[in-house]
Design a protein around this ligand. Structure first.
Ligand SMILES: [Zn+2]
Length: 617
């Protein structure tokens, strides 16, 4: 046999082999999913072509969603929808029969579309309604510049189905192209390749070539501008904000470089952040290529930019390797908090990283206290069948997840742990994983490999915190605690000694006021440090919480709290404050504020506060 023939045969063999691996990958088996009607093992979407128009007058999005599908000889394909008007449905270009199933309060309605075993493409012509939960339409008054309206979407956890009919399960990934028409004075951006300038006609074309889960499809429309930080990082914001945002986030390229050093290449090419109006319900949302962020992190001193490190970390944990179901949410968030703190350590040192970790540790203690009647909700692996996946978005997934990984790191040693994590992300890139698969991978590739025994099962499947938890220590915080203790005992404080304190130290100081702090002591502290007028949203928030709990009314703090609650819609902040009212038996006051504030909130914040205050939306 001639060499060239051997070469040709082995090339053919390699090609066949590759094809087979690829095919095996695409023929993945999907696990049982409590929060989607889709039956992906029968027929699954693989690519979306979205063609929509955004109408600010009617407050609707209308258009057509066309899908390439992988069809396992199925006679129907099922999409998730909620509060959508379905106008017509096509299979391979011809109108086909469809049926909208029974409405479920959490999940919406299944859209059963008739196909045949050869069907390759389906399309749905549809429009959103005034109930659509993912969208928030803002008036000019609700924006920073106050001249143009604004729209943004929030897909996580199961809201993408309220603006696009889709198979809305995190284990189903699609690539997408989109054409979006908006009023010509506005710019549209998505979790995709984005424009850097406005077009003349208001028509924008998008491409997302890496497959992503439905909850990561995102759109924002407003009078925004782009400012680059490096070749692959930059910010979008309204005109009056863009310079501030640019200087606040100027370390973004350094963050990407630090993250790559830890976990391998950044696989999404571009990393931009858009700062949205203050009603955005989360600190940030890790939409691929374009993180959505709250303006409350613009503190003027880069002190709250760990949020950017967090959303960037999701480019690995969450977006690259995705939780298969919302019961595995800790895989997204626990890893991300761990990465966030490692990125912050690489950039700003161990002390800052430990301060962040300790703030999370206190959040975790608070969460454990509030969940003491429902210990099952303190397990990392959750069972959210029949419940809203939002119920799992709390400190357990984030901070217990972090503590588990940190404890693991300290047990096996950082070097081994980093090598393990890097390999884990490389091997699972652009796929989804669940808790059981992760545990098997961990046992095989780390614990058994080095013959280390570790109580993984207890950490993941049992309530509460195991006793072998890592002990986190910060000299800076110990000093803060001493200063606070002295003040409480003597009513004096050495203000000069606090001059160099970071916002994290201030947050720790205020959060740890003893239960019996007097109104006079609150007054003294406000007198010296002017907490009521703090321009750092985090310090302001924890101070307002203390003011509510301790019935402190000085320095017009009540007016400030009401103002804060009616402009900021970040769920964590407003929930903390409304909870404080509730704990202090001041629900009437809370409801009076909420009445004015509620129209400014996105549905995910409003739903949480409705439940908390017993408000009938
Ligand atoms: Zn996160």
């Amino acid at each position: 046999m001639k060499k060239s023939i051997i070469a040709a045969i082995s090339t053919l063999f390699i090609l066949l082999n590759c094809a087979q691996t690829k095919e095996e990958k695409t023929m993945q088996t999907y696990v049982e999913e409590p929060h989607s009607f889709a039956q992906p093992n029968k027929a699954v979407i693989t690519h979306l072509d979205l063609d929509i128009k955004v109408d600010f007058d009617k407050k609707i999005i209308s258009g057509k969603a066309t899908y390439d599908i992988r069809n396992n000889k199925a006679s129907e394909i099922i999409l998730d929808t909620k509060y959508l008007d379905i106008i017509s449905v096509q299979a391979d270009g011809e109108n086909t029969a469809y049926k909208l199933g029974k409405d479920d309060e959490q999940l919406g309605r299944p859209l059963n579309i008739t196909i045949n075993e050869g069907t390759q493409k389906i399309s749905v012509v549809y429009k959103t309604t005034d109930k659509t939960e993912a969208l928030q339409w803002l008036t000019p008054q609700q924006t920073a510049d106050k001249t143009h309206p604004f729209l943004f979407t929030q897909g996580q956890a199961i809201l993408t189905r309220t603006w696009i009919p889709i198979q809305d399960s995190p284990q189903i990934r699609v690539t997408y192209n989109a054409t979006v028409e908006v009023p010509s004075e506005l710019m549209a951006v998505m979790s995709a390749e984005n424009p850097k300038k406005k077009t003349a006609d208001g028509v924008y074309h998008f491409k997302m070539q890496q497959p992503i889960s439905a909850y990561l499809i995102a759109l924002a429309v407003g009078d925004i501008e782009y400012r680059a930080i490096s070749d692959r990082t930059g910010v979008y914001a309204e005109k009056s904000m863009v310079n501030k945002v640019h200087s606040e986030f100027s370390d973004m390229e350094k963050m990407v470089a630090a993250a790559e050093k830890l976990y391998g290449d950044y696989d999404w090419e571009q990393f931009d952040v858009i700062v949205l109006p203050p009603s955005f319900p989360f600190g940030g949302m890790e939409n691929p290529r374009l993180t959505f962020a709250t303006p409350t992190v613009i503190a003027g001193d880069k002190s709250l930019t760990s949020l950017v490190a967090h959303e960037l970390a999701h480019s690995w944990s969450g977006n690259l390797v995705t939780n298969a179901t919302w019961n595995d949410f800790w895989l997204n968030e626990g890893f991300t908090v761990y990465f966030e703190i490692r990125i912050m350590e690489a950039l700003y040192g161990k002390e800052r990283a430990n301060m962040l970790a300790l703030i999370g540790r206190q959040d975790l203690d608070d969460e454990l206290e509030s969940l003491k009647e429902s210990p099952n909700d303190t397990k990392l692996k959750l069972d959210l069948n029949g419940r809203n996946p939002d119920d799992g978005m709390n400190s357990i997934a984030y901070d217990k997840g972090y503590l588990f990984l940190r404890t693991l790191e300290e047990t096996v040693g950082r070097e081994r742990f980093d090598t393990f994590l890097k390999a884990y992300f490389k091997e699972h890139a652009f796929s989804t994983t669940n808790t059981e698969d992760f545990v098997a991978y961990l046992n095989k590739n780390l614990l058994e490999k080095y013959n280390i025994s570790f109580n993984t099962e207890e950490w993941i499947y049992k309530p509460g915190i195991p006793t072998n938890q890592a002990i986190i220590q910060s000299d800076a915080f110990e000093n803060v605690e001493k200063t606070l203790k002295t003040f409480i005992e003597t009513n004096t404080i050495d203000a000069a000694a606090t001059q160099e304190w970071t916002p994290q130290e201030w947050v720790h100081f205020v959060r740890n006021f003893p239960k019996d702090i007097s109104v006079e002591q609150m007054e003294t502290l406000d007198e010296i440090f002017d907490f009521t007028n703090s321009t750092n949203s985090y310090i302001a928030m924890v101070w307002f919480e203390q003011a509510i709990i301790n019935n402190y009314h000085g320095h017009e703090v009540d007016t400030k709290i009401a103002e804060f609650l009616t402009t900021v819609g970040r769920r964590w902040y407003v929930t903390t404050l409304f909870e404080a009212y509730k704990k202090s038996n001041r629900v009437e006051e809370a409801l009076a504020i909420y009445k004015t504030a509620r129209p400014n909130y996105h549905s995910v914040t409003a739903n949480t506060i409705d439940t908390l205050l017993g408000h009938k939306g």
